[in-house]
Write a protein that binds this ligand. Structure first.
Ligand code: AKG
Length: 282
C-alpha cells in the first residue's frame, strides 16, 4: 500500500472519537515482522547496532526474565527499528485521527512480555497523557503494533472504552502497579458518576496497528502463552500544535521536557528538531 492510500474513513474517525481507540490496517508484513522481532531481541539484549544507547530502559539482561522488557527510543539503537518507527504510513493515519497537518514523534517504546505468564509483565491501567503533560494539549496518540497475533492469553492491551472523555486524573495512572483489580477500584472512585467502566481487549492480527488517544485508559496483563513472547512497538505521536509548558510537577521530568530545557527552548515553543522527527507533514 502506498502512503497516498492510507485513509481514515468517517466510520473510523467516529470510532476513535467515541471509543478513544481505533484498530487500523496491517503496517508490517510477515518478512518485516521477522526482521523487527530480531531487532527487538537484539535491543533487549543490549546489542545496539548503531552504537547509540536508547533514551532509557527498565529491564536489563540478568533482571527477572519474566518481567516486562521496556526500552524507550529503540530507533536510536537499530536501523531496522528506525525505519519502522519513522513511518510515513503511520504518520498519515495519525494526522487524520488527530486532525492535524503534521505529526511528529514524541517518543517510542518496545514492550516485550516473555512467555510464561508473570504479573511483573503487567502494564497497569494508565493514561499516557499523565506522563506527557509538559505538552500543553492532549492532541497526541499512540500507534501500537504487535509483531504477532494478540489476544487475552498472550497479554494483549485492554482499553477502557470512552475513558478519554473523562479528562486527565492523577489517580487514574500507576504504570508500575501490578494489582490491576485494586487499581480499577481506585479509578471507579474518581471516574464521572454517569460513566461506565467497560473494558475491551485489543484483538489484532500480527502487524496491524491499533491507535489510542492519549487520555484513553489502557493496560495489559501477563503473557500466559507457554512458548510465544509478546512483542509490541508503541509509537507515541504529537500533533504539530503541541507546545512546551511547565506543569510544576513530575511531568516536568519527562525526557521530552528535559530535552527542551537542554536545547535552551522557551515555554510555548514546539517540540521539534532531531529529537522529535516528523512522520508526516502535508
Ligand atoms: O504494550 C502494552 O501492553 C501497553 C502499551 C502502552 O501502554 C502504550 O502503548 O501506551
Amino acid at each position: 500500500m502506498t502512503v497516498a492510500e492510507m485513509v481514515v474513513d468517517e466510520q473510523a474517525r467516529t470510532r476513535f472519537q467515541e471509543d478513544g481507540y481505533w484498530l487500523g490496517p496491517e503496517i508490517f508484513n510477515a518478512g518485516q515482522r521477522e526482521d523487527l522481532a530480531y531487532a527487538v531481541d537484539e535491543v533487549n539484549a543490549g546489542r545496539y547496532e548503531t552504537g547509540r544507547e536508547p533514551m532509557s530502559r527498565f529491564w536489563h539482561p540478568g533482571d527477572d526474565p519474566y518481567a516486562l522488557h521496556k526500552v524507550d527510543n529503540s530507533h536510536w539503537c537499530n536501523p531496522v527499528l528506525a525505519e519502522a518507527v519513522i513511518n510515513p504510513r503511520i504518520g498519515q493515519l495519525a494526522a487524520q485521527l488527530l486532525n492535524t497537518p503534521a505529526v511528529r514523534l514524541w517518543h517510542e517504546q518496545l514492550l516485550t512480555k516473555p512467555a510464561g505468564g508473570h504479573e511483573s509483565a503487567n502494564v497497569a491501567w494508565h493514561q499516557d497523557y499523565n506522563y506527557w503533560r509538559s505538552s500543553d494539549r492532549p492532541q497526541m496518540l499512540t500507534a501500537w503494533i504487535p509483531l504477532q497475533e494478540v489476544n487475552p492469553e498472550i497479554g494483549t492491551m485492554y482499553f477502557v472504552k470512552g475513558s478519554h472523555k473523562w479528562g486527565w486524573h492523577a489517580e487514574y495512572s500507576h504504570f508500575g502497579r501490578y494489582d490491576m483489580a485494586e487499581q480499577e477500584r481506585v479509578i471507579r472512585q474518581h471516574m464521572p458518576e454517569e460513566a461506565e467502566y467497560q473494558t475491551a481487549p485489543v484483538l489484532l492480527e500480527a502487524g496491524r496497528v491499533s491507535f489510542h488517544h492519549c487520555l484513553t485508559l489502557h493496560g495489559s496483563g501477563p503473557n500466559l502463552a507457554h512458548r510465544q513472547h509478546r512483542r509490541a512497538i508503541a509509537i507515541h505521536l504529537q500533533a504539530d500544535a503541541c507546545l512546551w509548558r511547565k506543569t510544576g510537577d513530575r511531568a516536568d521530568n519527562h525526557q521530552c521536557a528535559q530535552e527542551m530545557q537542554r536545547l535552551g527552548k522557551k515555554y510555548g515553543d514546539k517540540f521539534e528538531g532531531a529529537y522529535w522527527p516528523e512522520l508526516f507533514g502535508s
